[in-house]
Design a binder for this molecule. Structure first.
Ligand code: PLP
Length: 288
């Protein structure tokens, strides 16, 4: 066992351990110079990996969207298991899987790696919630149809715009963002899916709007269904968010975070329900 992050480079023939404290990626790698690649984040919570298969499904869908070859899932999962057993035991590990187009030359193959390290502690944010601003993403909710090269819905490495939106939120005194489309729909956060509750109806925007298919969103729907709520994918008008009974941003490592303020206005928050949802997302409260 080791206290430092555990890194494996992965390819079609297997995986090899490397030292994460040493430089490892070539300076001409398309992932480093153009953000041309894909990634996934896997949460390991007390040894359990909620929604693991869904994350591999999405990794493969992202590879398809970017015309990257697949690495056999069994190689990734064996490397993942080895990384977890090699890493010092911690409550929560965050494991990042990355695949880039490789280095700049015609016949290069993808660069792929898996990095396991302790997850950032989001306990306080889960308890406190976040203030959010809505920001225009700059395209219509049907943009993905006519422009697949925008790679909407793929978990690609080009997150500079998402990071810029978070900096804009911070300049406006907020913690996070809900993106909106030019035709007025609420979409997702820069690193999270949006969940909306009105009475006993729980909704999230559909993936046809160009958002990422959230694995935590899917598990969140399971939670609400187990409690008798109705769930559905729907076009959610940004203008209607402020009259909802509750809003959450959900993602795999941060889990569910209630939105307590939207564009400067207080939103209703149910701390007990949020805590229950988070224990479901950690797998603790879920039936076998
Ligand atoms: N939407 C975006 C843009 C994201 O980056 C993420 C997570 O990184 C999500 C949604 C939530 O996805 P998941 O719940 O699978 O972590």
């Amino acid at each position: 066992m080791t206290a430092s992050p555990v890194l494996f480079f992965v390819d079609a023939s297997g995986f090899l351990r490397a030292d994460p404290r040493e430089p490892q990626v070539n300076v001409t790698d398309w992932g480093a110079t153009r953000g041309d690649g894909i990634f996934e984040s896997i949460s390991v919570i007390a040894g359990r990996m909620p929604a693991l298969a869904a994350r591999f499904d999405r990794l493969e869908a992202s590879a398809g969207a970017l015309d990257l070859p697949l690495i056999d899932r069994s190689i990734w999962t064996t490397a993942l298991a080895r990384a977890i057993e090699t890493h010092e035991a911690v409550d929560r590990l965050a494991v990042t899987l990355v695949m880039t187009r490789g280095v700049e030359n015609a016949d290069s193959s993808p660069t792929a790696w898996l990095l396991a390290r302790p997850a950032r502690d989001f306990t306080a944010i889960r308890r406190r919630g976040v203030s959010v601003v809505t920001l225009d993403r700059g395209y219509a909710s049907d943009a993905a149809d006519g422009a697949p090269w925008l790679l909407l819905g793929a978990k690609h490495l080009s997150y500079a715009t998402n990071a810029a939106a978070l900096r804009e939120a911070s300049r406006r005194g907020a913690d996070d963002v809900i993106f909106t489309s030019t035709d007025g729909l609420a979409l997702e956060g820069p690193t999270s899916s949006l969940i909306v509750r009105r009475g006993d109806l729980v909704e999230t925007p559909g993936v046809e709007t160009g958002i990422l298919a959230g694995t935590t969103q899917a598990t969140t729907f399971g939670f609400f269904e187990s409690k008798g709520y109705r769930t559905r994918f729907a076009g959610i008008r940004a203008a209607d968010l402020s009259t909802c009974d509750a809003l959450w941003l959900v993602s795999s490592v941060r889990q569910a975070v209630a939105v307590h303020t939207l564009d400067g206005r207080a939103m209703p928050v149910d701390d007990a329900l949020t805590a229950e949802l988070n224990s479901w997302l950690s797998d603790e409260a879920r039936p076998e």
